[in-house]
Design a protein around this ligand. Structure first.
Ligand code: NAG
Ligand code: NAG
Length: 336
């Protein structure tokens, strides 16, 4: 994915939009993943769902994991995401899964993010809970844990909930888990994380080394919880394509950008009247280069950056104004 749409006007259309970066545990069978994406666009009778689009499908072959970016109006997001989840559960069997990325569910992650000033995170929480309950009621044997603002009242973050659920373990013990919604997880569907929060962007930087311990120490120095770490940045080091990927989740943080960090300004935006900002990909890439360089390791290729909240919003407006549902097919044209 490339960032691109600076010259694309982000008209405010009055649409109240929500984004879902649906993570499913399959990438190697691309048609299967496309069928999951298409399920978001139509109802059970095959009628095109209003104000719904799929902006992007990111298939990661090594991880055997895909991210499907669905954007819909508040009125359509629940049904769009639920249909995609149901399709994924019908097609993906976790008993047969293999891939180097940790994962627990056929549908591994369902995060909902507000796009724009007139949607609050609480609105997304309502939709996230409706998806979690809808899924466990319509696909018997599925179960979910909640994270972010949907995890009331504690609002525990995704990394913490994943740790509690044993997501990082090679073979998580499903029997002992207490999901928040639905029955004890079964091997076939595994466990799905469902949540809502301000937008979380991806930024992945691959370092030119096969040594996972170097990657782990770079990741540790970069993450928010370390002294000198970047606010809002959660990091994993994973073996990827014969090298090590520093995979970052870049959360939006409340308030103004941190004053002590120099360089490119942090992109900022407003949700429900509150200012938020996020670390720019350029800063993350520079930090990884510096930390890896200090260990005698260079970068491999360029950073892979997902949509920023602003890009996601602008592309969604473009797709919806043109009535384009399968926008992922147009992606190349827009981005070149
Ligand atoms: C990828 O994962 C899916 C299920 O999640 C599994 O059915 C499939 O066999 C895996 N592909 C490979 C090549 O391991
Ligand atoms: C970054 O890596 C993670 C795997 O940890 C993946 O889920 C995500 O899709 C990747 N993002 C991009 C933009 O490549």
């Amino acid at each position: 994915m490339v960032s691109c749409c600076r010259n694309m006007a982000s008209r405010t259309s009055g649409r109240r939009l929500v984004a879902c970066l649906l993570n499913v545990s399959e990438a190697r069978r691309k048609d299967l993943v496309e069928n999951v994406a298409k399920a978001a666009l139509c109802d059970a009778d095959g009628v095109r769902r209003e104000e719904t689009t799929v902006l992007n499908i990111f298939n990661d072959h090594d991880y055997n994991r895909s991210v499907i970016t669905i954007v819909a109006s508040m009125a359509s997001i629940r049904d769009a995401v639920l249909s995609a989840c149901q399709k994924a559960c019908a097609l993906i069997d976790m008993c047969a899964h293999s891939g180097v990325h940790p994962c627990m569910g056929a549908v591994d992650l369902v995060p909902l993010y507000p796009l724009g000033e007139d949607v609050g995170v609480e609105d997304c929480v309502q939709q996230a809970l409706a998806v979690a309950h809808g899924l466990t009621e319509t696909v018997p044997g599925t179960s979910a844990f909640l994270f972010g603002w949907a995890d009331s009242p504690l609002q525990r973050g995704l990394a913490q909930r994943r740790k509690e659920m044993g997501w990082f373990r090679k073979t998580p013990d499903l029997q002992d888990l207490r999901p928040d919604v639905g029955p004890a997880p079964q091997k076939r569907y595994g466990l799905t994380g469902v949540g809502a929060s301000p937008y979380v962007m991806n930024c992945n930087v691959t370092i030119d080394s096969q040594d996972l311990s170097v990657g782990r120490s770079v990741a540790a120095a970069l993450r928010e919880s370390s002294p000198g770490g970047l606010p809002g940045v959660q990091v994993l080091a994973l073996p990827h394509g014969g090298a090590v990927e520093i995979a970052c989740n870049v959360e939006s943080v409340a308030g103004a950008p941190p004053a002590h960090l120099t360089g490119e300004p942090w992109p900022s935006f407003v949700i429900d009247g509150q200012p938020y900002c996020h670390a720019p990909a350029s800063l993350i890439t520079a930090r990884v280069a510096e930390l890896a360089g200090g260990r005698g390791v260079g970068l491999k290729g360029t950073a892979l950056v997902g949509f920023t909240p602003r890009e996601c919003r602008a592309l969604a407006e473009l797709a919806l104004s043109g009535g384009v549902g399968e926008f992922w097919k147009e992606q190349r044209r827009v981005h070149m």
